[in-house]
Design a protein around this ligand. Structure first.
Ligand code: HEC
Length: 130
């Protein structure tokens, strides 16, 4: 029977995580049309809504309510977080990609590379309610 040493098991684990990362990356390279309803909203639902719905701390502090497309496009009390067509300067992308002092989801595990790409591509394609 093959007995895995601790080091070997660690190496296998690292390789698995690494190859999984490559698979999700290549999947996200798919250049079809990204849908708000089917691709973007599920990410928001699972990763943002706990704090960004009516009465929750993120909405209370920033004014950003992510329950609807309209709320997402309205942005925070300071204004929009999306510039359609331009993910480089859209605050939504800046924050989930960790390009600002505070990162979203706040104090939680960051989005995976696949989700980050979906959001970037959706904004790049015009941030439509599709
Ligand atoms: C654990 C709670 C929590 C989660 C989950 C969360 N947020 Fe937030 N969010 C906050 C809080 C609290 C603030 C206000 C922070 C502040 O003003 O310092 C905020 C503020 C923001 C802001 C405005 C920041 C600014 O400076 O104007 C954006 C944009 C934002 N969140 C996007 C998101 C997105 C997108 C997600 C999901 C990927 C998300 N948040 C998930 C708690 C959360």
């Amino acid at each position: 029977m093959v007995k895995f040493s601790g080091k070997l098991a660690l190496l296998v684990a690292v390789l698995l995580v690494f190859s999984f990362g490559m698979v999700t990356n290549s999947r996200a390279d798919w250049s079809g049309e990204v849908s708000y309803q089917e691709d973007v909203y599920p990410i928001i639902h699972f990763r943002c809504l706990s704090c960004h719905k009516e009465g929750a701390e993120g909405t209370n502090q920033s004014g950003l309510n992510l329950e609807t497309y309209e709320g997402l496009m309205k942005g925070t009390k300071y204004g929009p977080i999306i510039v359609p067509g331009n993910p480089m300067i859209s605050n939504l992308n800046v924050m989930v990609e960790g390009r600002a002092a505070i990162r979203m989801p706040h104090n939680k595990r960051r989005l995976n590379p696949c989700d980050i790409k979906i959001l970037r591509q959706w904004v790049h394609q015009g941030a439509r309610n599709n």
